[in-house]
Design a protein. Structure first.
Length: 163
């Protein structure tokens, strides 16, 4: 009984903001796939910085060929998608420089990508960045931070608790 209690605490984790900017509710993202949580729950960041940082320690599962999104798996099994901008797949990598590879181990705060938000905005794409929990059937989001300014790699955006 006691071991289960301690094991649960080990599996819970803090998720830091991958970007500096304003944290907003996912429901405010102007894209139904994200706002209606079709991919999963989370939040979005209206970025003011170019550095995309690892929100937790784990491994890079997949860097999309078009460099606009990165899928990560935390040490506790949580899977997270960082989707830089909306419909930015159409840019075919323009405005994105990825610094990690599939299968690479990462530590919280590591630089994952550089996101040229000015160049993406100049191409008339939204720069809002959804941060989505992909396996929400195993975790719940708590302490969700929205409508606040967050610093990438420093501020908590939510906590994941294992179900």
């Amino acid at each position: 009984m006691l071991r289960k209690l301690f094991k649960k605490q080990e599996m819970d984790m803090n998720v830091l903001s991958p970007l500096s900017g304003k944290a907003i509710p996912l429901e405010e993202v102007p894209d139904e796939v994200f706002s209606q949580k079709m991919m999963g729950d989370g939040i979005a960041i209206e970025p003011i910085s170019k550095d995309v940082l690892a929100p937790f320690s784990g491994v890079v599962v997949n860097v999309f060929k078009t460099k606009h999104a990165i899928n990560l798996r935390a040490d506790n099994g949580a899977e997270m998608l960082i989707h830089m901008g909306l419909e930015t797949v159409e840019l075919d990598g323009k405005g994105f420089e990825v610094h990690v590879n599939d299968g690479q181990e990462i530590k919280q705060g590591d630089l994952l990508a550089t996101y040229d938000i000015e160049a993406v905005a100049k191409e008339n794409y939204k720069t809002v960045t959804p941060v989505i929990l992909l396996n929400g059937e195993k975790f719940s989001l708590t302490q969700v931070k929205t409508d606040v300014e967050v610093s990438g790699g420093k501020d908590l955006i939510f906590q994941l608790e294992i179900l």
